[in-house]
Design a protein around this ligand. Structure first.
Ligand code: KG4
Ligand code: ZN
Length: 357
């Protein structure tokens, strides 16, 4: 069994992919970012409705791109946890209908397991040995996972408050940069000085955990201070007031410095703790996945540090870092290969830990 159809609708991306093992044949992602931008974040009900409208045409596009007919598909993988339940259910119902009609095996995939497998799409022919360390940095999760084998994971640490991506989104929002914030900060930070502002790093020594909410608050305080210097009403810094993306009163170069300094604080912690954890576990391979792994400065600094530590590093190309269905199909491929089969009563779950098979 090699030709797998993947479906991902856990949040605001409607995505379908066709993979052949670790090789991606077709991969279509329809982002709803424009729809949700006006509200400054994802509105669950609107997300679910968009999935209903878009999933069917996207399924056809993915098959067309792959040059594969539906009847050639050998198995189906669908994200069924964690995520917005109303959104997950759209993908899950579609996967069940296809599996029933085509008499195909299907499996439910944990969204974070999908991210973990996005590393396998980076260089389809390169071996990624177990055990290896995987740093998952997405909008909802920041987790350090020891992958001991296919479907065999040990959670070493996680964020105690905000996820790294959430911190990017919240800081972007308070700077009036819109949603989603990560790409906007990444872009603006290139023009800024990462040492302009000294923001705190929560090292949480002795653990593999993370914390980013203090950093976010420090940025807010700094912005309030700068606004005070300009004589601007501090109330205008209320994040909800700024959610509409109103132009900041701060000049472009100060904004760029704030972005670069905030981003550097996140990167310092992620890079240092990931390398340390890899060394503590005596693994030779580190993978960094999830939306924040698309960050250009994180990628280059992680590469430099991994080189110095003699670790082989896999970071997927940006379109496999952010949500997509190719990673779900790849994770599902290994599950189906191991003989796993879901029943038609498979449910969707808003929250679920990344557990073993
Ligand atoms: O993995 P993902 O697509 O969705 C979740 O599973 O949450 O991650 C989305 C997160 C958002 O917080 C977004 O702002 C962040 O990834 N992100 C980035 C970049 N691109 C996306 N953060 C920093 N730099 C980027 N270039
Ligand atoms: Zn994700």
């Amino acid at each position: 069994m090699r030709l797998i159809l993947g479906i991902e609708t856990s949040c605001d991306e409607t995505a379908v992919a066709v993979v052949e093992g670790r090789r991606v044949l077709g991969n279509i992602v329809a982002s709803q970012a424009d729809l949700h931008a006006r509200w400054g974040g994802v509105v669950p009900e609107a997300a679910a409705r968009q999935h209903v409208e878009r999933l069917h045409p996207i399924l056809q596009q993915a098959l067309d791109e792959a040059g594969v007919a539906l009847r050639e598909i050998e198995g189906i993988a669908v994200t069924n946890r964690p995520g917005l339940v109303g959104a997950l259910v759209v993908g899950l119902a579609t996967a069940k209908a296809l599996a029933f009609a085509l008499r195909l095996p299907f499996v439910g995939v944990h969204h974070l397991e999908g991210h973990l497998y996005s590393a396998f799409l980076t260089e389809p022919d390169a071996p990624i040995p177990f055990p290896h360390l995987c740093l998952i940095v997405s909008g909802g999760h920041t987790e350090m996972v020891l992958a001991k084998g296919h479907g065999d994971y040990q959670l070493l640490g996680q964020t105690l408050d905000d996820a790294a991506g959430e911190a990017f989104d919240k800081v972007a929002r308070l700077l009036g940069l819109g949603y989603p914030g990560g790409p906007a900060i990444d872009h603006l930070a290139r023009k800024g000085n990462p040492h302009a502002f000294r923001f705190p790093r929560a090292w949480l020594e002795g653990s593999h955990n993370f914390s980013f909410s203090g950093l976010k608050t420090a940025v807010l305080r700094e912005v309030e201070r700068l606004q005070g210097q300009l004589g601007t009403d501090p109330a205008s810094m209320n994040p909800t007031k700024r959610a509409g993306g109103c132009a900041s009163e701060l000049d472009e170069s100060t904004l760029a410095d704030l972005c670069a300094s905030f981003q550097q604080a996140v990167i310092d912690v992620l890079v240092t703790k990931a390398i340390r954890a890899a060394q503590a576990c005596s693994v030779s391979v580190l993978t960094v996945v999830g939306g924040v792994a698309a960050n250009s400065a994180l990628q280059s600094q992680m590469r430099d540090s991994a080189d110095t530590a003699r670790l082989k590093l896999f970071i997927p190309p940006p379109h496999y870092c952010t949500d997509n269905a190719a990673m779900i199909a790849c994770a599902g491929y290994y599950r189906l290969l191991a003989g796993e089969r879901a029943d038609f009563d498979l449910d969707a779950y808003a929250s679920a830990p990344l557990t073993n098979r």
